[in-house]
Structure formats: structure tokens, C-alpha cells
Design a protein around this ligand. Sequence first.
Ligand code: MF3
Ligand code: CO
Ligand code: CO
Length: 273
Amino acid sequence: MSTSIKSPEGIAAMRTACRLASEVLDYLTPLIKPGVTTLEIDMHAAAYMARQGTVSATIGYQPPGYPPYPGHLCTSVNNVVCHGIPNHKPLKNGDIVNVDVTVIKDGWYGDNSRMFLIGECSVAAKRLVSVTYDAMWKGIAQVRPGARLGDIGHAIQKFAEGQGFSIVREYCGHGIGQRFHEEPQVLHYGRPGTLEELKPGMIFTIEPMINAGRREVKEYGNDGWTIVTKDRSLSAQWEHTILVTETGYEVLTLSAGSLPPPPFIQTSIFSPP
Ligand code: MF3
Ligand code: CO
Ligand code: CO
């Protein structure tokens, strides 16, 4: 098996699914503030997905060896690296939280996540969130036909480690389409010029998890899902779903509320991305 090339019809369907996944995050954004519980966020997301005509890809999701995932989305707070399960604990001033939304529209999957700063956050927390966002875009900027997966991982690793942070190795980006997790694995570390060559029509996520402290992670509690940093340091993550185009890339998980790319991403009306 290798990475699939999507048909023009598949690409059109992915544009729709991914925009809808991004619009769920737009909808949730004003609700994500001190005092709200992650379970309330989950409930609002479920209601909004029903209105937009999508289905959560995460609820009941059960890869081999896991219990069925119980949330319509993932909420990973502070030292939680990923797969945090919505619960009754209110978000509090100074928390950082990743909200990861994957929807299914007409059988096609759109996957994205953003970080949210709850009230006033420390300088250290804001720097981690911002560096992680830029690290995701350093990876995205590598995407074009002829580049290799190792170029993406290397760009992310070099940038994040250069800022004094560490890259989680146990989880990675992934191909996506009519299944949630397809080939290839998109590592967020690596060596330039290695691994699979990118071709137009491939679609995959880039979703680096970056820790303020050491890179090691562990399972938390016994829910079978929640992953935390071993040293309890803060962790951040951003995620987009990306199409390889003839000339570069197209970010599919964009909508009105998406954060603009960092300044080092060159876009102009004369050379669209
Ligand atoms: N959305 C996550 C990803 O980016 C996967 C979440 S699986 C879940 O791949 F079951 F934890 F929801
Ligand atoms: Co993903
Ligand atoms: Co995701």
C-alpha cells in the first residue's frame, strides 16, 4: 500500500469536509473561555455538526487496542499532549487548550485543530503556542510535488528545537480521505530528502505536538486515550489538512475564522499558494 492520489471529485469533496471542520472551530471559538467545561464545548460542537450536516469522526472511533473514543472532539489542556477527553472540569484563567475536530461529510473526512488561550496566559505558554503554529507552517511550506515527507519533518523539527522546545515522536500526521487515518505517516521530525516523494493529489494532515520540556509522553489515568507529557510540561498542537497541488499546496481546513499564515509564508495575487 502507498499514499493514494485523490480524483478531482474526491478533492472537491475534501474541500467541503475540511471547510466544515474548520467552521466547527469558528463556531466554538467565542465559547472557549474561563468557566466553560470541555464537555460543554463538546455538546455545542455536536449540536453544530448536526446543523451543518456532518458527523463527528471521533465519537465511537476505535482503532485496534483502544476503547471507543467517547467525545465528538478532543480537548487537550496544558500538559495533555493529545486525545484529551471532554470532561466536567471548567477551563480556568491561564490554561491553554487544543480543540481537535474531525468531521465526516458525505463519507469524506476533514481534520483540524487549533490552540486557545484561556484568559491571561504566561509569556512561556503564549510562546509555546505561537512557536507551534509557526512550526506547523514551516512544515506546510515544504509541500510541493517532488519534495519528500522528510523535508516536512525536518523543517518542523529544526524550527521548534531551535526555539528550545521538543517534538513528540509517538504521534504524527496522516493521510486522510474516505478514512480517518490513511497512509502516509507524516512525522514531525526527520531528515531532508528522505521518505516518500509528494505528488499532486495527495492529501494529508500536518499536526505537530510540541512540548515546552522533554519530548517523552505517557498515558494518563486509565481512560485508554489521554496522553500527557512525562515531565508535566506544557504541550501545544495545531493541525491543518493539506492538498499537494501541481505547484505547491492548498490548505483545505480554512474558513472565515482561520488564523492567517505567519509572515514568513509568501503569498501574492501573482503567485497563489
Ligand atoms: N483528530 C486526531 C488526529 O488528528 C485523532 C483523534 S482520535 C480520537 O488524528 F479518537 F482521539 F478522537
Ligand atoms: Co489528524
Ligand atoms: Co485531528
